[in-house]
Design a protein around this ligand. Structure first.
Ligand code: NAD
Length: 272
């Protein structure tokens, strides 16, 4: 029998995943828990977060839930305190919660732009802030850790009709690098990385395709879907588990030399 230890293992790690009631976040929570982590599922949708945690508990996995709006600073303090009291010192934060809206630039209202920036940028900033405060030496958790931020290929390239979403995901990309450098230079033992998926099959993935129809850029959903799929050299969209697997890598010791990186998951979409 091999005695080599598994660098991907997450046994007894404590992980907080935001927006994890459904979609990519739920898949991340399940995958981390399957590798032995204790996961705290947070979401604005209280009942859905509870249901997802219960579904994982029913499979024998260690999952908890807490209502959480990532845009509210006091709720971040409450989430960290809840995790530390009920589960243990935090090792992993996945800033997954996000929203998208669609509008042509000339019609994009400031309130809509700010709403996206508030959830996708301020929410991630607050997550980084509270995770660093807790994980850094002398913090309430105090043993370093990992922060993984959900950006998107939209943080690297543009598309029509989504100016706010692109602005927000570009900010997540560079906030990640700024945090990674500061955390490394201060010797915090905290790594910070971002993940950049193309279309993933979730509620948001479907909405993103439908946006092109609603904005009258394409005649119907089937045409939009076929055009976007054709732009992916592998000819298919991602699955939530593809993103979850990337989080496992970044949050584990397998990535112990990786910080400030942008991990693109896109079936070759941005390689051309
Ligand atoms: P989704 O819409 O299916 O799920 C998002 C979850 O976030 C929901 O449970 C929602 O209730 C929660 N949420 C929304 N606002 C919140 C807030 N203020 N506070 C806490 N929770 C909140 O989306 P998804 O497809 O699972 O996307 C997850 C992340 O991945 C997002 O950051 C998204 O931008 C990113 N992403 C998605 C795709 C895709 O095609 N699906 C591609 C690239 C990146």
């Amino acid at each position: 029998m091999s005695t080599k230890s598994d660098p991907f293992k997450l046994e007894n790690k404590v992980a907080v995943i935001t927006g994890a009631a459904r979609g990519i976040g739920a898949a991340i929570a399940e995958s981390l828990a399957e590798r032995g982590a204790n996961v705290l599922i947070t979401d604005v949708d209280e009942q859905a977060a509870k249901d997802t945690a219960q579904r994982l508990n029913d499979k024998g996995l260690k999952a908890f839930s807490k209502t959480h709006n990532v845009t509210i600073e006091s709720e971040w303090a409450a989430v960290i305190a809840y995790a530390e009291k009920n589960i243990g010192p935090i090792d992993i934060l996945v800033n997954n919660a996000g929203i998208e809206t669609a509008s042509l630039i000339a019609n994009c209202e400031v309130q809509d732009f700010e709403k996206v920036m508030n959830v996708n940028v301020t929410g991630v900033f607050l997550g980084i802030k509270y995770a660093v405060k807790a994980m850094q030496p002398g913090g309430t958790s105090g043993k370093g850790g990992n922060i993984v931020n959900l950006s998107s290929v939209a943080g690297i390239i543009g598309t029509s009709g989504h100016i706010a979403y692109h602005a927000s995901k570009g900010a997540v990309r560079t906030m990640t690098k700024a945090a990674a450098i500061e955390c490394a230079q201060l010797g915090t033992q905290i790594r910070v990385n971002s993940i950049h998926p193309a279309i993933v099959q979730t509620q948001m993935g479907t909405s993103f395709i439908q946006d092109f129809v609603d904005l009258k850029l394409v005649p119907d959903y089937a045409t939009a879907e076929a055009a976007i799929k054709a732009a992916h050299p592998m000819g298919k969209f991602g699955e939530p588990s593809d993103v979850a697997n990337a989080v496992i890598y970044l949050a584990s010791d397998a990535a112990k030399w990786v910080t400030g990186t942008e991990l693109v998951l896109d079936g070759g979409y941005t390689a051309a």
